[in-house]
Design a protein around this ligand. Structure first.
Ligand code: CP
Ligand code: NVA
Length: 304
């Protein structure tokens, strides 16, 4: 039984295998149409979702499985019922559970009591299923990671943490520009350093957007204020105002660079209309690739 909670629990070969699966599933969906026939997937989300919910719901369906979606209100994890009781109950019905939570601790607690695989559909710390789609997207547009300069501008949030892990494991070059006080935490950087010592990956943390954007093949950003931090929104708008992907930042990057965003975008904040709607943007293919990533993850944990 295998959880999919954080990418640092996976080896280079395992991550490459999941990305390869996502690619093959995208190209030949029919070959996988019966792989999870008879399986049941629980989708338990504490926060809103468009892409992740759709990707796992349709992903399960297209692999022959069915799924049950639980609204945050009807389960009310840890309030209506203890997490350990929900985990043990759902384990009796389902073959896997896809879980989106406020606190990463909730996923870990759930996994402790669950006897079925748990998939992280986003927590405050990590968003690993997003990152499988992101690597697939980068490879589709830019080829292998090794020779690319990939740069993330903005908050060192869940998406950024998972990017750090995947680049550490795959041995890529990731550059991050975040305002002071919003850079990646020591704990994430220590773990990344440990992994990079084997992989040759390079994670550089800077404060200057123009420096990270310089000669970049890929520019990536995400919301200044993540779900669950809404009370910090006004402060963050001020702190992050210069950490935006706009036409000026694009002039520093390579002429054929791609722009990525996990979405939902806050147009006019971390990214301008002109960039997200412009010729460098691949955000909607990135969103579409969430489906193939979700299918690959479900198949990997339930069949491989
Ligand atoms: N990118 C992403 O996870 O989108 P949702 O929050 O809509 O699922
Ligand atoms: N960092 C964002 C990602 C949304 C998909 C958030 O957690 O709200």
């Amino acid at each position: 039984m295998r959880d999919f909670i954080s990418l640092n629990n996976f080896t280079l070969n395992e991550i490459n295998k999941i990305i390869y699966l996502a690619d093959i599933i995208k190209k030949k969906p029919q070959e996988f149409a019966d792989d999870l026939r008879g399986k049941h997937i629980g989708l338990l989300f504490e926060k809103p979702s468009l892409r992740t919910k759709t990707a796992f719901y349709l992903g399960a369906l297209e692999l022959g499985a069915d799924s049950v979606y639980y609204t945050p209100e009807e389960v009310n994890l840890g309030v209506r019922e203890k997490i350990c009781d929900v985990a043990r109950t759902i384990s009796g019905y389902m073959d896997a559970v896809v879980l989106r939570t406020f606190s990463h601790k909730t996923i870990l607690e759930f996994s402790k009591y669950s006897s079925i695989p748990v998939v992280n559909a986003l927590s405050d710390l990590f968003h690993p299923s997003q990152i499988i789609a992101d690597i697939l997207t980068i490879q589709e547009f830019k080829g292998e990671l090794n020779n690319l300069k990939v740069s993330y501008i903005g908050d060192a949030n869940n998406v950024c943490n998972s990017l750090i892990y995947v680049f550490s494991i795959l041995g890529g070059n990731l550059n991050i520009a975040s305002p002071e006080g919003y850079t990646p935490t020591e704990h994430i950087l220590e773990e990344s350093k440990r992994i990079c010592a084997h992989s040759g990956g390079k994670i550089n943390i800077l404060n200057s957007c123009s420096e990270v954007a310089h000669d970049a093949d890929v520019l990536y950003t995400d919301a200044w204020t993540s779900m669950g931090r809404e009370n910090e929104e006004e402060k963050r708008k001020n702190v992050f105002k210069d950490f935006q992907i706009n036409d000026n930042i694009l002039t520093y990057a390579k002429k054929d660079c791609i722009v990525m965003h996990c979405l939902p975008a806050h147009r006019g904040e971390e990214i301008t209309d002109s960039v997200i709607d412009g010729k460098h943007s691949v955000v909607f293919m990135q969103a579409k690739n969430r489906l193939y990533a979700a299918k690959a993850i479900l198949r990997y944990i339930l069949k491989d």
